[in-house]
Design a binder for this molecule. Sequence first.
Ligand code: NAP
Length: 253
Amino acid sequence: MTDQPSTQPRKVALVTGSSRGLGRAMALQLAAAGFDVAIHYGRNAAEAEKVAETARAHGVTAQVFGADLTTPAHAGALVEQVIATFGRLDVLVNNAGITRDTLAIRMKDEDWNAVLDTNLTSAFTASRAALKHMMRARSGRIINIASVVGLMGNPGQANYVASKAGLIGLTKALAKEYGGRGITVNAVAPGFIESDMTAALPEDTRKAYLGGIPLARFGQPEEVAAVVGFLASDAAAYITAQVIGVDGGLYPH
Ligand code: NAP
């Protein structure tokens, strides 16, 4: 299914952290919608290549790019590399993210910095590079993958929560700054979604979270990807500066 007429050049989407988990599902959703896709990985090049192969089955171009986003300058360089390769960038999904959980009093500066640099500062440097290009094109979509905990807080995750709350602020600021250029900026705030990240949680923590979810289950990566696909589509042209929860009702806005 594509919302792009076949005579038009295909639009290009970059999803950071698309070698696994939610990012993988987002890249495949966008490929299925007819976007050429830039698949990005940090460490898992082979997995990223598999995602690209699956994306190509939709008849689109998919290329793999590696960049370690603990160094934020790499995120801007990644965007520039994608634009140089494809000649355009229509959709940037800032999805790559990490956790380094511990109580605030035990949190080392390096744990704080690694999470803020990867989750927030890299999203900023990637967005800055993308916006320069999107402004010239007078169109573009930036979609930041935040988290329900960026809205509600969570013990043991001061660094992660701050990074996700920061992403929500960044989303709103950029939406106001670039709306006049035809660029939309939105955040998606997933709740607890089955992935390597949540598989690492202790069983009693998983049970406690489950008790607070009205839909009484964790979500699937495809359920987050569907919202990203919608925000990237022509149908979402009048939606900007929003935070869209995909959390089974955990945190009513
Ligand atoms: P995941 O399974 O752990 O995958 C993380 C992705 O980010 C991988 O593709 C990984 O690439 C990439 N990545 C991590 N550190 C990187 C670095 N330093 N440089 C470059 N790439 C890096 O995580 P996920 O569960 O899919 O989460 C994806 C996003 O959704 C994150 O921003 C997360 O905070 C957010 N989120 C997830 C949940 C959830 O329940 N899962 C809930 C709310 C929000 P490599 O494997 O190639 O290194």
